[in-house]
Design a protein around this ligand. Structure first.
Ligand SMILES: [Zn+2]
Length: 256
């Protein structure tokens, strides 16, 4: 709803104490927040993966082979429903988190599907190797569990959001969350993916995105979204954007 109080805190920022073998700063914030010795143990097992749009990370009820730590790609956890398309998004995960919390929580599969919704790269570690490291590294385990809790809160917030908040508010929220994760004003997003994210059919997405575009908050042409007025988009979003971002900020700043 227009006029909702805005959140003026910082966007996700990367201030990495860790660098990789090429001298590049670590861009994933969960890895970034690890103590140096935990990061040093994990880093050799992280393989860089370039994710293209719609690459599959896991599929429903199939064994999860890897856990993914996005650096620039953004993943989406989707719930498939029989005879229902599009699928419904349960959570968006970018460099503030990782994809594969069931592995940390002792499971090896999920009812969800996960895909890359924004192309980019990230680190992938074999699920069995991560389990091995978690068994002997309490700081790594604590950090992964804190994130699993935050992701659960994000998912719970989505339940309330999807049932009570207007489509254009949810569309603004999703664009802000993605803007934070990709760290640039322009990104590619096909309308079908926006339909996944919002759990509605494409014609309704066209109307919602059109309203935000008419208000001068975004431009949307041929699958490319540009954030034009960030503050205006925050004012157009429901409260859920600020709630979820503050939960991530708390998680990342909590004591190790
Ligand atoms: Zn909401």
């Amino acid at each position: 709803m227009l006029g909702t109080p805005t959140y003026s805190g910082p966007r996700f920022r990367v201030r990495s104490p860790h660098v990789d073998e090429r001298g590049m700063e670590e861009q994933n914030m969960i890895l970034n927040a690890l103590p140096p010795d935990s990061y040093a143990r994990l880093r050799p097992h992280l393989e860089t993966r370039v994710m293209r749009l719609h690459d599959e990370l896991w599929s429903s009820m199939q064994p999860m082979t890897h856990v993914y730590f996005p650096r620039s790609f953004v993943g989406s956890i989707l719930i498939p429903l029989q005879a229902e398309t599009p699928q419904v998004e349960a959570a968006t995960v970018g460099r503030e988190g990782f994809l594969g919390t069931p592995i940390v929580l002792g499971a090896d599969s999920s009812v969800s599907n996960a895909i890359a919704q924004i192309a980019g790269d990230g680190g992938a570690i074999e699920a069995s190797k991560l389990r091995e490291l978690l068994a002997t590294d309490s700081a790594l385990l604590a950090q992964c569990l804190r994130y699993a809790h935050t992701l659960q809160e994000q998912t719970a917030q989505s339940v309330a959001c999807n049932s009570r908040h207007a489509l254009e508010e949810r569309c603004a929220k999703w664009l802000l969350m993605t803007h934070d994760r990709v760290g640039r004003d322009e990104f590619t997003l096909l309308q079908i993916f926006l339909a996944f994210m919002l759990g509605v059919h494409r014609p309704r997405v066209t109307v919602a995105a059109g309203m935000l575009q008419s208000a001068g908050l975004i431009s949307y042409q041929r699958g490319t979204i540009r954030i034009v007025d960030r503050a205006g988009l925050e004012a157009a979003s429901c409260e859920c954007y600020a709630v979820v971002r503050e939960a991530h900020t708390r998680m990342l700043s909590s004591p190790r």
